[in-house]
Design a protein around this ligand. Structure first.
Ligand code: PEP
Length: 249
């Protein structure tokens, strides 16, 4: 089954609202594509101007995070309903920076994944091992555990629409991209894990991205692997190079 590639930018804590609109205007013509889904995941404060700026284009806007409650006394958080009303389609959940700096656990990731589906948001569920874990040879075990907890109580129909981003922590923002073999091996293992949890058809429908220092130079080889259905791109998504990553063929 041919899966449509999905290439998402993760802007992290970059771009004021004015800068966000300027960047979108620069990137719009460069990321035009009929072949792949293009997503810009932007800071919460940039969402409303970003949604307006991409109107009529092939770009969808994603959030970088959300909370798992509907509303209430959760100072500083953004609810799923706020995101959908603003026009957001995707939400990154469990990025390693959130796990590291904001103490997000596999359990909170699961709560957020469930809530995203409940609000018709497509979660981009992040997983990835540290360098120590890779050196210890426990990468696949670790990723399988992250995935199993993230998808607890998620139905097969929902899971089939999910996006999973495999992002080795040692490759994020380091300029040290995983080899195509390393990336494909883990993405294939994630698909096997999903087939075990659900069934082969569900696993075959899920889109699995690679993320970690993807550039225009590495995109084509990575995205041509059997189980890699696109990328989650940090640094390079803020530059005109993102156009080359989207049009990697
Ligand atoms: C990321 O933050 O998801 C990421 C992959 O960053 P970078 O491309 O900069 O390594």
């Amino acid at each position: 089954m041919a899966r449509r590639k999905i290439i998402a930018g993760n802007w992290k804590m970059n771009m004021t609202p004015t800068e966000a609109v300027e960047l979108i205007e620069t990137l719009k013509p460069l990321v035009a594509s009929d072949e792949v889904d293009v997503v810009f995941c932007v800071p919460a404060i940039d969402i409303i101007p970003a949604v307006a700026a991409v109107k009529g284009t092939n770009i969808a806007i994603g959030a970088e995070n959300m909370y798992f409650e509907e509303s209430g006394a959760y100072t500083g958080e953004t609810s799923p309903k706020m995101l959908t009303e603003a026009g957001v389609k995707y939400v990154i959940i469990g990025h390693s920076e959130r796990r590291e700096y904001f103490a997000e656990s596999d359990e909170t990731v699961n709560k957020k994944v469930l809530k995203a589906f409940a609000h018709n948001l497509t979660p981009i569920v992040c997983c990835g091992e540290s360098l120590t874990q890779r050196e210890q040879g426990i990468t696949i075990d670790w990723i399988r555990q992250q995935i199993k907890i993230a998808f607890l109580n998620v139905s097969a129909d929902q899971a089939a629409t999910a996006v999973i981003a495999y992002e080795p922590i040692w490759a994020i923002g380091t300029g040290k991209v995983a080899t195509t073999e390393q990336a494909q091996e883990v993405c294939a293992a994630i698909r096997v894990c999903m087939a075990e949890i659900y069934d082969q058809a569900t696993a075959d429908a899920i889109r699995i991205q690679y993320g970690g220092s993807v550039t225009a130079a590495s995109a084509a080889e990575l995205f041509s692997q059997a189980d890699i259905d696109g990328g989650l791109v940090g640094g390079a998504s803020l530059k005109p190079d993102f156009g080359k990553i989207v049009n990697y063929k």
